[in-house]
Design a protein around this ligand. Structure first.
Ligand code: BEZ
Length: 211
Protein backbone atom coordinates (compact mmCIF):
# COMPACT_ATOMS: atom_id res chain seq x y z
CA UNK A 1 0.00 0.00 0.00
CA UNK A 2 1.38 3.43 -0.92
CA UNK A 3 1.13 6.09 1.74
CA UNK A 4 -0.42 9.27 0.43
CA UNK A 5 -0.71 12.85 1.60
CA UNK A 6 -3.38 13.15 4.27
CA UNK A 7 -3.00 9.53 5.43
CA UNK A 8 -2.25 8.95 9.09
CA UNK A 9 1.44 8.08 9.46
CA UNK A 10 1.56 4.43 10.57
CA UNK A 11 2.36 3.97 14.24
CA UNK A 12 5.00 1.48 15.36
CA UNK A 13 7.30 0.53 18.20
CA UNK A 14 10.98 0.22 17.31
CA UNK A 15 14.48 0.05 18.75
CA UNK A 16 16.54 3.14 18.10
CA UNK A 17 19.96 4.43 19.04
CA UNK A 18 18.23 6.51 21.73
CA UNK A 19 16.07 3.71 23.15
CA UNK A 20 12.76 2.17 22.21
CA UNK A 21 10.21 4.55 20.74
CA UNK A 22 6.48 4.31 20.30
CA UNK A 23 6.32 6.53 17.26
CA UNK A 24 3.10 8.48 17.81
CA UNK A 25 3.81 8.93 21.49
CA UNK A 26 7.37 10.05 20.70
CA UNK A 27 6.07 12.63 18.22
CA UNK A 28 3.67 14.05 20.80
CA UNK A 29 2.26 17.31 19.44
CA UNK A 30 5.32 18.10 17.32
CA UNK A 31 5.93 17.94 13.62
CA UNK A 32 8.05 14.97 12.56
CA UNK A 33 10.35 13.76 9.83
CA UNK A 34 11.04 10.07 9.33
CA UNK A 35 13.61 9.38 6.66
CA UNK A 36 15.30 6.24 5.43
CA UNK A 37 18.80 5.75 4.07
CA UNK A 38 20.04 2.64 2.27
CA UNK A 39 22.70 1.37 4.66
CA UNK A 40 25.15 2.15 7.45
CA UNK A 41 28.81 2.73 6.59
CA UNK A 42 28.03 4.15 3.15
CA UNK A 43 29.43 7.48 2.00
CA UNK A 44 26.36 9.47 0.96
CA UNK A 45 24.38 8.35 4.02
CA UNK A 46 27.27 9.40 6.25
CA UNK A 47 27.11 12.93 4.85
CA UNK A 48 23.30 13.02 5.09
CA UNK A 49 23.17 12.08 8.75
CA UNK A 50 25.95 14.55 9.51
CA UNK A 51 24.05 17.30 7.68
CA UNK A 52 20.90 16.50 9.63
CA UNK A 53 22.74 16.64 12.95
CA UNK A 54 24.14 20.07 12.10
CA UNK A 55 20.61 21.40 11.50
CA UNK A 56 19.40 20.42 15.00
CA UNK A 57 18.67 24.00 16.07
CA UNK A 58 16.77 24.70 12.81
CA UNK A 59 14.55 21.65 13.33
CA UNK A 60 14.02 22.60 16.98
CA UNK A 61 13.05 26.17 16.01
CA UNK A 62 10.28 24.68 13.88
CA UNK A 63 9.29 22.12 16.54
CA UNK A 64 10.24 19.21 14.26
CA UNK A 65 11.44 15.86 15.63
CA UNK A 66 13.68 13.91 13.28
CA UNK A 67 14.24 10.16 13.14
CA UNK A 68 16.30 8.19 10.61
CA UNK A 69 15.99 4.54 9.63
CA UNK A 70 17.88 1.82 7.87
CA UNK A 71 17.53 -1.94 7.86
CA UNK A 72 20.78 -2.37 9.79
CA UNK A 73 20.91 -3.57 13.40
CA UNK A 74 21.44 -1.38 16.45
CA UNK A 75 25.08 -2.29 17.10
CA UNK A 76 25.93 -1.34 13.52
CA UNK A 77 24.20 2.04 13.96
CA UNK A 78 26.16 2.71 17.15
CA UNK A 79 29.50 1.88 15.48
CA UNK A 80 28.65 3.98 12.43
CA UNK A 81 27.65 7.01 14.52
CA UNK A 82 31.27 7.21 15.73
CA UNK A 83 32.38 7.56 12.10
CA UNK A 84 29.69 10.15 11.31
CA UNK A 85 30.71 12.23 14.31
CA UNK A 86 34.38 11.99 13.38
CA UNK A 87 34.14 12.62 9.64
CA UNK A 88 31.31 15.17 9.59
CA UNK A 89 32.51 17.15 12.64
CA UNK A 90 29.23 16.86 14.47
CA UNK A 91 27.36 14.70 16.96
CA UNK A 92 24.42 12.66 15.83
CA UNK A 93 21.70 14.04 18.07
CA UNK A 94 18.58 12.27 16.82
CA UNK A 95 17.52 8.61 16.94
CA UNK A 96 18.23 6.12 14.18
CA UNK A 97 15.77 3.25 13.97
CA UNK A 98 17.24 -0.24 13.71
CA UNK A 99 14.95 -2.09 11.35
CA UNK A 100 16.71 -5.34 10.38
CA UNK A 101 13.38 -7.13 9.94
CA UNK A 102 12.08 -4.31 7.68
CA UNK A 103 9.04 -3.90 9.92
CA UNK A 104 8.94 -0.10 9.67
CA UNK A 105 10.43 0.03 6.16
CA UNK A 106 7.57 -2.10 4.85
CA UNK A 107 4.94 -0.08 6.74
CA UNK A 108 6.20 3.09 5.05
CA UNK A 109 6.93 1.59 1.62
CA UNK A 110 10.62 2.47 1.93
CA UNK A 111 11.79 -0.58 -0.01
CA UNK A 112 11.30 -0.22 -3.74
CA UNK A 113 12.07 -3.70 -5.09
CA UNK A 114 12.77 -2.53 -8.63
CA UNK A 115 15.48 -0.25 -7.26
CA UNK A 116 16.81 -2.64 -4.60
CA UNK A 117 14.89 -5.46 -2.98
CA UNK A 118 16.91 -5.48 0.26
CA UNK A 119 17.75 -1.88 1.08
CA UNK A 120 15.61 1.18 1.68
CA UNK A 121 15.62 4.03 -0.81
CA UNK A 122 15.96 7.61 0.45
CA UNK A 123 12.36 8.19 1.57
CA UNK A 124 11.24 11.29 3.45
CA UNK A 125 7.92 11.69 5.23
CA UNK A 126 6.98 14.95 6.92
CA UNK A 127 4.26 14.43 9.50
CA UNK A 128 2.07 17.15 11.01
CA UNK A 129 1.01 17.49 14.66
CA UNK A 130 -2.22 15.72 13.66
CA UNK A 131 -0.03 12.68 12.71
CA UNK A 132 -1.01 13.02 9.08
CA UNK A 133 1.46 12.87 6.23
CA UNK A 134 2.08 16.34 4.80
CA UNK A 135 4.89 15.61 2.35
CA UNK A 136 6.64 12.64 0.80
CA UNK A 137 9.79 12.72 -1.30
CA UNK A 138 11.78 9.78 -2.61
CA UNK A 139 15.36 9.94 -3.82
CA UNK A 140 17.45 7.11 -5.23
CA UNK A 141 20.43 5.77 -3.32
CA UNK A 142 22.83 7.63 -5.57
CA UNK A 143 21.48 11.11 -4.74
CA UNK A 144 21.97 12.66 -1.32
CA UNK A 145 19.20 14.91 -0.10
CA UNK A 146 19.22 18.68 0.37
CA UNK A 147 18.18 19.11 4.00
CA UNK A 148 17.87 22.86 3.58
CA UNK A 149 15.10 22.09 1.09
CA UNK A 150 13.34 20.11 3.82
CA UNK A 151 13.50 23.12 6.11
CA UNK A 152 12.13 25.31 3.30
CA UNK A 153 9.24 22.92 2.75
CA UNK A 154 8.49 22.78 6.46
CA UNK A 155 8.36 26.59 6.54
CA UNK A 156 5.81 26.43 3.74
CA UNK A 157 3.79 23.64 5.36
CA UNK A 158 3.66 25.42 8.70
CA UNK A 159 2.71 28.74 7.10
CA UNK A 160 0.03 27.35 4.80
CA UNK A 161 -1.47 25.29 7.63
CA UNK A 162 -2.35 28.53 9.40
CA UNK A 163 -3.06 31.06 6.65
CA UNK A 164 -5.05 30.95 3.39
CA UNK A 165 -1.93 31.21 1.27
CA UNK A 166 0.31 29.05 -0.88
CA UNK A 167 4.01 29.46 -1.60
CA UNK A 168 5.23 29.97 -5.16
CA UNK A 169 8.12 28.27 -6.95
CA UNK A 170 11.45 28.55 -5.16
CA UNK A 171 9.85 30.49 -2.32
CA UNK A 172 12.03 31.16 0.70
CA UNK A 173 10.96 32.22 4.19
CA UNK A 174 10.35 35.99 4.16
CA UNK A 175 9.30 36.29 0.53
CA UNK A 176 5.85 37.18 -0.76
CA UNK A 177 3.27 34.41 -0.93
CA UNK A 178 0.25 33.67 -3.09
CA UNK A 179 -3.27 34.27 -1.79
CA UNK A 180 -5.38 31.11 -1.99
CA UNK A 181 -7.79 31.14 -4.98
CA UNK A 182 -10.73 30.52 -2.61
CA UNK A 183 -10.30 33.95 -1.01
CA UNK A 184 -12.59 36.55 -2.59
CA UNK A 185 -11.08 39.93 -3.53
CA UNK A 186 -13.38 41.75 -1.11
CA UNK A 187 -12.12 39.63 1.80
CA UNK A 188 -8.44 40.27 1.12
CA UNK A 189 -7.96 43.56 3.05
CA UNK A 190 -9.26 42.07 6.29
CA UNK A 191 -7.32 38.84 5.92
CA UNK A 192 -4.11 40.36 4.59
CA UNK A 193 -3.73 43.83 6.09
CA UNK A 194 -0.14 44.15 4.82
CA UNK A 195 -1.58 44.72 1.34
CA UNK A 196 -1.59 42.72 -1.86
CA UNK A 197 -0.82 42.86 -5.56
CA UNK A 198 -3.08 41.50 -8.27
CA UNK A 199 -0.85 40.29 -11.10
CA UNK A 200 -3.78 38.44 -12.69
CA UNK A 201 -7.21 37.80 -11.17
CA UNK A 202 -5.98 34.30 -10.27
CA UNK A 203 -2.48 35.39 -9.18
CA UNK A 204 -2.58 37.63 -6.14
CA UNK A 205 0.39 38.03 -3.84
CA UNK A 206 0.85 39.39 -0.33
CA UNK A 207 3.75 39.75 2.09
CA UNK A 208 4.30 36.66 4.24
CA UNK A 209 1.53 37.08 6.83
CA UNK A 210 3.19 35.57 9.90
CA UNK A 211 6.19 37.91 10.07
C1 BEZ B 1 25.69 5.86 -0.06
O1 BEZ B 1 25.08 6.21 0.93
O2 BEZ B 1 26.76 6.33 -0.37
C2 BEZ B 1 25.10 4.81 -0.95
C3 BEZ B 1 24.31 3.82 -0.44
C4 BEZ B 1 23.80 2.85 -1.29
C5 BEZ B 1 24.06 2.92 -2.64
C6 BEZ B 1 24.83 3.95 -3.16
C7 BEZ B 1 25.35 4.91 -2.31
Amino acid sequence: MTLQLGDVAPDFTAETTMGTIDFHEWLGGSWGIIFSHPADFTPVCTTELGATAKLKSEFEKRDVKVVALSVDPLDSHHEWIKDINETQNTEVNFPIIADPDQQVAQLYGMIHPNANDKLTVRSVYVIGPDKKIKLTITYPASTGRNFNELLRVIDSLQLTANYSVATPANWQHGEDVVIAPAIRNEDIPAKFPKGHKEVKPYLRTTPQPNL
